[in-house]
Design a protein around this ligand. Structure first.
Ligand SMILES: CSC[C@H]1O[C@H](OP(=O)(O)O)[C@H](O)[C@@H]1O
Ligand SMILES: Nc1ncnc2[nH]cnc12
Length: 289
């Protein structure tokens, strides 16, 4: 593996119109897992190569449960991305995590249903560890960058992933607090799972837009207010990415996640499904060769 950084940025609702990249070039990358959310913009910020993908497509066309998370991760892998930073608009489940602040998420509770959540399947079974779904090195760099960009940052936080597109009921919001959830969103899963299967170190910076629905003294989540907070934060999000690239060391040292699939595929070699194995060329080519 080369020692060059290629940072994949998955831009969420707060960063759907892209980033100012040097030598920017938009390319369509095809995936055997279907249609990604849109083209990938390749470019550079200083010494770091960047590949940007808008999670909901340009103009926010794709709802959270229809995002093709597999295709998105697959095309980033095909773009030779080494690490993925996801940006996400999130609700807060804690008084002290306030709208306008950023959270470097480090854990997930997955409440999503019927989303394709693995690249593997019949004929090629794999089990990767997801105990620590976020890459601590990338999360540290991303958190530092958010602070340099002027954000008030919480390091660590458990993200509850729901299907949406509706926001939660008050009872659900209180339940997630009782489960020790700190923030809530609709897209962190299965994105983080799939990044791990693709041996991509993944971190998520959440931008808090609202207090979800747990407070008796507040109305439910109001999308107009959410969009307002999001717009106010989009410059900080873009600046965070620029600060991240500026501060990354010249050379990328390997991390254990780079080899997450090393012993994960347990289907005997001679009975593997050749069609599925062919589709896995980018995600798992390193171990399937
Ligand atoms: C616009 S609020 C709801 C919407 O925002 C978040 O998207 P993303 O994670 O891509 O920033 C949330 O998960 C919902 O999809
Ligand atoms: N309260 C909330 N619930 C789910 N996703 C969100 N994205 C932003 N705010 C949210």
């Amino acid at each position: 593996m080369s020692d060059e950084w290629i940072i994949g940025i998955i831009g969420g609702s707060g960063l759907s119109e892209g980033l100012a990249l040097e030598e920017a070039q938009e390319i369509e990358i095809r995936s055997p897992f279907g249609e990604p959310s849109g083209p990938v913009t390749l470019g550079r910020i200083g010494h770091v190569r960047v590949a940007f993908l808008a999670r909901h497509g340009k103009g926010h066309r794709v709802p959270p449960s229809q995002v093709n998370y597999r295709a998105n991760i697959d095309v980033l892998k095909r773009a030779r991305v080494t690490d993925v930073l996801a940006l996400s608009a999130i609700g807060s489940l804690r008084e002290e995590i306030e709208p306008g602040q950023f959270v470097a998420v480090d854990q997930f509770i997955d409440r999503t249903t019927s989303r394709e959540n693995s690249f593997f399947g019949p004929g090629c079974v794999a089990h990767v560890s997801l105990a620590d779904p976020v890459c601590p090195r990338l999360a540290k760099h991303a958190g530092d960058a958010a602070k340099s960009a002027g954000a008030a940052l919480h390091r660590g936080g458990t993200y509850v992933a729901i299907d949406g597109p509706q926001f939660s009921t008050r009872a659900e919001s209180r339940l997630y607090r009782a489960w020790a959830g700190d923030v809530i969103g609709m897209t962190g899963m299965p994105e983080a799972r799939l990044a791990r299967e693709a041996e991509l170190p993944y971190a998520m910076l959440g931008m808090v837009t609202d207090y979800d629905s747990f407070r008796d003294d507040q109305e439910g989540v109001d999308i107009t207010a959410v969009l307002k907070v999001m717009q106010a934060n989009s410059k900080t999000a873009a600046k965070t990415v620029a600060e991240l690239c500026r501060a990354l060391p010249e050379k990328r040292e390997p991390v254990p996640i780079d080899t997450a699939l090393e012993h994960a595929i347990i289907t005997a070699q001679d009975i593997r499904d050749s069609e599925l194995v062919a589709k896995l060329d980018a995600v798992a080519g390193r171990v399937l060769k």
